[in-house]
Design a protein around this ligand. Structure first.
Ligand code: B12
Length: 256
């Protein structure tokens, strides 16, 4: 078996068992050997995640195992992402993404980031539990066209409004478009707090981001993905696999 074939096999096995440092190393080795990122994605990472989903359904895997596997895949994706997203064209736009104060859920936000970068956006990821003050500092520093707020708890979603009011108070509200999302969020809620758009999933966060850029007068086709030469489609497949997996976790996560 060639080293390339071995790498695919080892990547599959280590994603399945959730060994993130090893998936990262193997992906780096594969890329250094000249392997195609899409082959790594479709022949190793996505099949492994599909198997994780199957093991969950038959009761052999539980939420912690699924999350550890998803993390291992995300570590590998972090290496593939810039290569797949490297379109050689100017970034579509700049987006600042964060999970609001008091909230540590970041899987959904991270999936949106993977897709946005795959679609050619430059993304500044501020992580989780981000205060309105830190958000304002970052908008001043990076001057993005878009800001994306993520919240997963009914107790933290009011921070959308707090953040939007902070943007108004800082005189920045007309400089950025605000998009929001997260498990408990609805379009109605998003509109009621004064957001410019709501995205129910990672794919739609890309369409929304492009639409908002077009609304701001940038020359962008919200439906088009021609700039990314297949990278965006590959990302969509990978992100879809992780999304399905995490949604399955929902049924077991009732401790709130
Ligand atoms: C995984 C998980 C966790 C993990 C988070 C790990 C991590 N690093 O993110 C851990 C175990 C840490 C956790 C902790 C808690 N959790 Co939790 N968690 C979940 C779970 C099962 C999955 C969330 C997830 O990652 N989904 C994966 C993605 C794919 O799902 P998604 O929501 O569809 O995300 C998409 C969209 O929302 C959208 N999107 C997301 N952000 C954005 C942003 C923008 C700008 C746009 C456009 C789109 C967008 O795109 C995403 C990708 O497609 C959910 C259940 C659920 N229904 O979501 C509960 C859930 C969110 N958790 C819940 C609770 C209660 C908690 C805890 C309070 C539990 C506790 N008692 O401690 C703590 C809170 C900790 C805190 N302070 O934040 C509740 C919230 C209930 C509520 N309405 O408030 C939920 C709904 C579970 C439930 N049914 O009770 N949790």
């Amino acid at each position: 078996m060639s080293r390339e074939e071995e790498i695919k096999k080892e990547l599959y096995e280590n994603t399945l068992s959730g060994r993130a440092p090893i998936t990262e190393k193997l992906t780096q080795e594969g890329i250094a050997l000249g392997m195609e990122p899409l082959d790594i994605l479709f022949d190793a990472l996505i099949p492994a995640l599909q198997e994780v989903g199957r093991l969950f359904e038959v009761g052999e895997y539980f939420v912690p195992e699924m999350m550890i596997s998803a993390k291992a895949m995300q570590r590998a994706m972090a290496i593939l992402q810039p290569i797949l997203g490297d379109t050689g064209v100017e970034p579509t736009g700049k987006v600042l993404m964060l999970t609001v104060k008091g909230d540590v859920h970041d899987i959904g936000k991270n999936l949106c980031i993977i897709m946005l970068e795959g679609a050619g956006f430059e993304v500044i990821d501020m992580g989780v539990n981000v205060s309105p003050e830190r958000m304002i500092d970052a908008v001043n520093e990076h001057q993005p066209q878009l800001v994306g707020f993520s919240a997963f708890l009914t107790t933290t979603m009011p921070f959308f409004k707090t953040n939007i009011e902070a943007l108004e108070a800082a005189g920045l509200r007309d400089k950025v478009k605000v998009m929001v999302g997260g498990a408990p969020i609805t379009r109605e809620y998003a509109m009621s707090v004064g957001a410019d758009g709501y995205g129910p999933d990672a794919s739609q966060s890309v369409r929304l981001a492009k639409q908002l850029m077009a609304d701001m007068g940038y020359d962008i086709d919200p439906e088009g993905d021609d700039k990314t030469k297949g990278g965006e489609a590959a990302m969509r497949a990978a992100v879809g696999a992780v999304e399905n997996l995490m949604r399955k976790a929902d049924s077991e996560h009732t401790s709130g």
